[in-house]
Write a protein that binds this ligand. Structure first.
Ligand code: NDP
Length: 422
């Protein structure tokens, strides 16, 4: 994608932003049309996607521009209702870009399915029988979903483990561009009868695991202190405090939960925009955060005084898809993929983990300096003004007065609006 100045983007109207995107990004003409006409999910399509549909629900669709990941510039579609999240991500991404951007690595990209057997009559014999048939079992799994094998994917490895009263068979599957839940579930259900035959044990369930430890992605960045603050001493203090905040999230689950929520402010926004299953991503990541028995912060920051830099790192499972599920159905999802330049699933996973790290940096920097509320208050005041029923022209004055009020709440907003209308 081209290098381009996004200065002033946030000050434009939505129409001006669309015009800017149409003029400067190599988006498809269909995307340009969808943006211009604001084409959204139709009721007919929505009704085909899930059950008991009566309407659709809209959310703000924003852009976090110019995020530098592995030397490429990406403009990220963000779907979130929370004020400050887009501004924080944009701020963090822009200062991380000046320090060279994000570097990412993909450890693997496979999903894991499991068939769980119970009441196993003879555990050792059962395990031996499964081990002897590994190849044939993988073949059964692949025959159950031949199209993924044709695409170069499919079931690759089978292992087993005794856990409590259960014998659990794990199968890793390369699901290519799909998240693979339905694929893996189909394969596991096909395996269950043969495993029952082999072991004489009934199967309790056969399903994908969302703990996608074979789909880990790491994003790192190295921030030069001079970009933290122009004041050298202040930059050192900030770096030291951010590193301490990261240590805190390693030892205190109360903080770790909020630390990780901040990461998901960014990750969920793009996972949702790209039509992916955010429950699956959240479930896998939170399990990974507790992998050693204690729930910990997923992103870590180290202050390296001898190199005058702050180094950030985030690793989590990211089984993101560019095909399958509802991805091809929702017009806004197509717009999101097009804005990103239609990356493949591995690249998309890298971009998402990178922005999770950026979002965490923005939250920590605010927390250890001005506090989180300073940035939130103006947007909170705006939300209150809208809730109070202010018209577009009344909002700026109402926000100014709300920010000066002793108690910033809906009642105050309504009272100010009343006087403004007089
Ligand atoms: P799909 O069932 O939609 O399967 C993927 C589809 O994408 C297939 O039709 C496949 O075609 C097509 N496709 C096209 N190109 C490719 C490619 N290059 N690589 C891979 N597939 C391609 O989706 P998934 O199996 O990924 O399942 C995801 C859905 O399952 C989500 O909606 C999720 O919410 C849901 N789900 C999640 C669960 C969980 O997380 N625990 C449990 C149950 C469901 P073809 O068939 O021709 O190969």
């Amino acid at each position: 994608m081209t290098k381009l100045s996004w200065t002033g983007f946030s000050k434009k109207t939505p129409q001006e932003r669309i015009q800017f995107i149409k003029e400067h990004l190599p988006i498809a003409s269909a995307t340009s049309y969808r943006l211009k006409e604001q084409e959204l999910l139709s009721l007919t399509t929505a009704n085909q996607m899930t059950e008991n549909v009566i309407s659709r629900m809209a959310l703000p669709f924003s852009v976090v521009p110019d995020v530098l990941v592995d030397g490429q510039h990406y403009h990220l579609p963000y779907v979130t209702e929370e004020p400050s999240v887009v501004a924080a991500a944009s701020f963090a991404a822009s200062i991380i870009k000046r320090s060279g951007g994000f570097q990412t690595s993909l450890h693997n990209r496979q999903m894991i399915g499991q068939v769980v057997l119970y009441n196993v009559p003879h555990m050792q014999k059962a395990q031996a029988a499964i081990a002897a048939e590994t190849k044939a079992l993988l073949a059964i799994a692949n025959e159950a979903y031949p199209s993924i094998v044709k695409r170069g994917g499919g079931a690759k490895m089978l292992t087993q483990e005794e856990k409590g009263d259960f014998l659990i068979v794990y199968v890793t599957v390369d699901t290519k561009e799909a998240m693979g839940a339905n694929m893996v579930n189909t394969m596991m259900e096909a395996l269950a009868p043969r495993l029952e035959e082999l072991t004489g044990a009934p199967s309790l369930m056969a399903i994908l695991s969302n703990y996608a430890t074979e789909a880990l992605v790491t994003a790192t960045c190295t921030l030069e202190l001079r970009f933290l603050s122009r004041n050298q001493q202040e930059a050192v203090t900030l770096a030291d405090k951010i590193a301490r905040a990261s240590q805190l999230a390693q030892v205190d689950p109360y903080r770790a939960s909020t630390h990780n929520k901040g990461i998901f402010n960014g990750i969920d926004a793009i996972v949702l925009a790209t039509g992916n299953d955010w429950r699956a991503i959240e479930a896998g990541a939170h399990a990974y955060a507790a992998r050693d028995g204690q729930y910990r912060g997923l992103a870590t920051w180290d202050y390296l005084p001898n190199k005058a830099c702050l180094k950030g790192s985030l690793t989590l499972p990211m089984p993101i898809a560019t095909k399958g599920g509802s991805i091809g159905l929702n017009p806004s999802v197509k717009t999101a993929h097009d804005l990103l330049g239609n990356p493949d699933a591995k690249t998309l996973a890298s971009i998402i983990v990178a922005i999770g790290l950026a979002q965490n940096f923005a939250a920590l920097k605010a927390l250890v300096s001005t506090g989180i509320q300073a940035g939130h208050m103006k947007l909170q005041a705006r939300s209150l003004a809208m809730l109070a029923g202010a018209k577009e022209a009344e909002i700026p004055q109402l926000v100014t007065e709300l920010l000066q009020a002793k108690h910033m709440n809906l009642a105050t907003a309504q009272a100010i609006l009343k006087t403004l209308k007089k």
